[in-house]
Design a protein around this ligand. Structure first.
Ligand code: ZN
Ligand code: ZN
Length: 721
């Protein structure tokens, strides 16, 4: 018998059987190359008893083409891939693709050719060449990567190679990573930290599944504490995975890690070059990469001997993937730890209600750090009532806040103004006829970005230059911005304090780890007085001279209205407040609001987080909302409005009658059009005990819809748009 079952990396295909090479036993998890019609495709050998495949006669089996010389995907990861596919109703091949996420890692080549600028100026300079050389700067990469970075064609880069302005370099892709030293520079921990660290160290030694909630106020030294667990895993010769919610946080983390362990860990995120990706992937698969820090996509990598998982800022909703396989990295991380039999630490200053509840019922062990590290105190939080103390017309900063910024400038201390809105203004309209600029592809306003002189859709990326005349009434210079974004607040700050040095921090200005590092450097060197930023600045950063935080619009997050709106607002403002007063100087926080009596604001000002969480938790329990009940969204989309509506109705009509389950909709989604597709939604609400995935699989499995319709199921949704 040399029949093997293979999952190919193609979501449209089920498992297929092949013939193994004569005389060789192929273990499950082995990565292979298989023929498919006239093509070749990568796949992974699976246990035949776990997956059904169509019956194929022994004689008709096609032989495998190649068996890769890479350690097989281990059993715990195979079970995780199955669990993820099952739980999130995704094709198993789509999940597997997140494991085999570097195609070039599979082949055996040891070097690749990359390119970089030589500093030579080409004899014939064109605007395109100039742009390419300017944007490439110190960058190095494949022709394709450089072309993408410079926003020019591959041909322009190749042309520059011919002129000598860009040169080829051979890069060895399998250089080993340096080994972190667990005893390089251990910190002096305070008593509470020592106790917490000891708990984690013991758990790493025990080599058993143990989920922890590390609940510590901002600035309490959570990172130093879990670093002790990382150190222990290194001593034991095992690998650690640290998940971070944002790629922008990677750079400060790498520096902090290097200070503690003597070298940087292995980074994994979407910003890596192909050669870096390949090197990291192979080192992870062989076990040479001891500590890996990455975005959620690092979760499915083939660690050879995992010993510990840490999810930092575990409350962050960016751990939830919103396209493709719609998984929640925090939840999958706990499942991976369970299957690998290792401890997992969820670290947060503002744990999600879902996580708190798991600690409450004793499934997770809670480890608390109630005080800030060293002499630092928690900042004072006060509300500014925008009705009593309004900003002047056309401005957004209340007089009280402006006076505080002034005082802070005089004291030579840094200020952070937080507004979770990118761009200059969220809406542009014609003052003459009232025309509003809407995205042609989405139900969304075009947002003005003055830094780049564009109107942009934040949902699909559609951009246009702001027109001189209104497209509706043809009136010239009639367009006015409505409402503030960070760029407009920065304008206001510059008008008020022309001598202050300001910086805008959003994903538009900090779009790479290098940009983040540059910002951190300027802050630390005291080259910035006032930062105006979005949620990107709310977490992870540690600036001792930052003593004042102003929240420009605390009501903004509550307007969304989904079940987590209040919780999310609370977390966000707590996190941004946590940036203030992290050193010896005390911090203060001013929160601008139209509703100072709202429970969220009240809890922030009074410091009664427990009371706020208790009330929110009770409200969820009463309504049987997560974590006390279950939700699943079904999103039906098509370029054809009638097709989308028809299919949504068909699905709605076929909804099974199941006890403890209710189906709402279909109705047009709040984002009724996205990227040119019309969208309808259904929401399934079920009791916790119900296997809602099974019900949905059965329900949708019986139905058929036109080819152009996409039906996506979002299990445990975080977005209700
Ligand atoms: Zn007009
Ligand atoms: Zn759009």
């Amino acid at each position: 018998m040399n029949r093997v079952r293979v999952i190919l990396l193609n979501a449209a295909l089920g498992p297929l059987d092949y013939r193994a090479p004569q005389g060789s036993a192929i273990a499950p998890g082995t990565i292979v190359l298989a023929p498919l019609g006239p093509r070749q495709m990568t796949g992974v050998v699976w246990e035949p008893e776990r997956l059904d495949a169509g019956e194929v006669d022994e004689k008709r089996l096609r032989p495998l083409l190649h068996v890769y010389d890479i350690p097989p995907i281990a059993e715990p990861l195979r079970r995780l891939i199955e669990w993820t596919a099952d739980y999130y109703l995704a094709p198993i091949a789509s999940v597997l693709r997140m494991t085999i996420s570097s195609a070039s890692a599979l082949d055996g080549t040891r070097t690749v050719t990359e390119y970089r600028a030589t500093g030579m100026v080409p004899e014939r300079m064109t605007p395109q060449r100039g742009q390419a050389l300017e944007r490439i700067g110190e960058r190095q990469g494949l022709v394709r990567e450089l072309a993408l970075a410079a926003d020019v064609s591959d041909g322009v880069i190749r042309g520059l190679v011919k002129t000598g302005a860009i040169e080829a370099v051979e890069v060895s892709v399998d250089d080993p990573f340096p080994l972190p030293d667990p005893d390089h520079d251990p910190p002096a921990l305070e008593e509470a930290q020592q106790a917490a660290a000891a708990t984690f160290v013991a758990a790493v030694r025990a080599r058993e599944f143990a989920p922890f909630l590390l609940d510590g106020v901002t600035g309490s030294g959570k990172t130093e504490v879990y670093f002790e667990a990382v150190a222990e895993a290194i001593r034991e010769g095992r690998q650690t995975l640290v998940l971070l919610p944002e790629i922008a946080l990677t750079e400060p983390f790498l520096k902090r890690f290097a200070a503690r362990f003597g070298c940087e860990p292995v980074a994994w995120h979407s910003g890596l070059r192909q050669s870096q990706r390949r090197r990291a992937w192979r080192a992870i698969a062989t076990g040479d990469a001891r500590v890996v820090v990455g975005a959620r996509s690092a979760l499915f990598l083939p660690y050879r001997m995992l010993g510990l998982i840490v999810v930092d800022e575990a409350h962050e909703t960016s751990f939830k993937q919103e396209d493709g396989v719609q998984y929640h990295a925090r939840d999958v991380a706990v499942m991976r730890a369970k299957l690998e039999q290792v401890p997992v630490i969820l670290a947060s200053a503002t744990p999600a209600i879902e996580t708190r509840q798991m600690a409450e019922i004793g499934v997770y062990s809670e480890v608390r750090l109630p005080d800030r590290y060293g002499v630092a105190e928690m900042p004072d939080i006060a509300a500014i009532d925008l009705i009593q103390d309004p900003p002047p017309r056309g401005r957004w900063l209340a007089p009280t806040l402006v006076r505080e910024i002034e005082a802070n400038l005089e004291a030579g201390e840094q200020t952070l103004l937080f507004l979770n809105r990118r761009g200059y203004a969220p809406l542009t309209l014609c003052r003459h006829c009232g025309h509003r600029f809407q995205c042609p592809n989405c139900t969304a306003w075009m947002v003005e970005h003055r830094l780049v002189h564009r109107l942009a859709c934040h949902h699909c990326g559609h951009m246009m230059p702001p027109p001189r005349a209104c497209p509706e009434c043809k009136e010239e210079d009639s367009l006015v911005p409505v409402g503030p974004g960070v760029e407009r607040i920065a304008d206001e700050v510059e008008a008020l304090f022309p001598d202050a040095r300001t910086a805008i921090v959003t994903s538009d200005t900090i779009w790479s780890p290098a940009k983040a590092a540059e910002f951190v450097g300027r802050m630390e060197a005291g080259e910035i007085d006032i930062v105006v930023g979005t949620q990107l600045v709310t977490k992870g950063y540690h600036f001792p001279n930052l003593t004042l935080v102003g929240v420009v619009d605390a009501d903004l997050g509550l307007s969304g209205g989904d079940l987590r709106a209040a919780e999310r607002s609370f977390q966000q403002i707590m996190q941004v407040s946590g940036r203030a007063g992290r050193g010896e100087k005390p911090g203060r926080v001013l929160v601008q609001t139209h509703e100072p009596a709202a429970p969220v604001i009240n809890a922030l000002v009074s410091g009664d987080a427990e009371g706020f969480y208790a009330a929110e938790t009770e409200a969820r329990r009463d309504a049987a909302m997560p974590p006390f009940g279950r939700l699943a969204g079904i999103i039906i989309s098509s370029e054809d409005l009638a097709e989308a509506t028809e299919t949504a109705r068909l699905i709605g009509r076929a909804a099974p009658r199941v006890e403890n389950m209710a189906v709402f909709g279909p109705a047009p989604a709040p984002l009724a059009m996205l990227r040119g597709r019309h969208r309808q939604r259904l929401l399934v609400h079920a009791a916790r005990s119900l296997d809602v995935q099974d019900v949905i699989r059965d329900w949708l499995g019986k139905l058929e819809w036109p080819r152009g319709v996409r039906v996506a199921v979002d299990v445990d949704p975080y977005s209700f748009l």
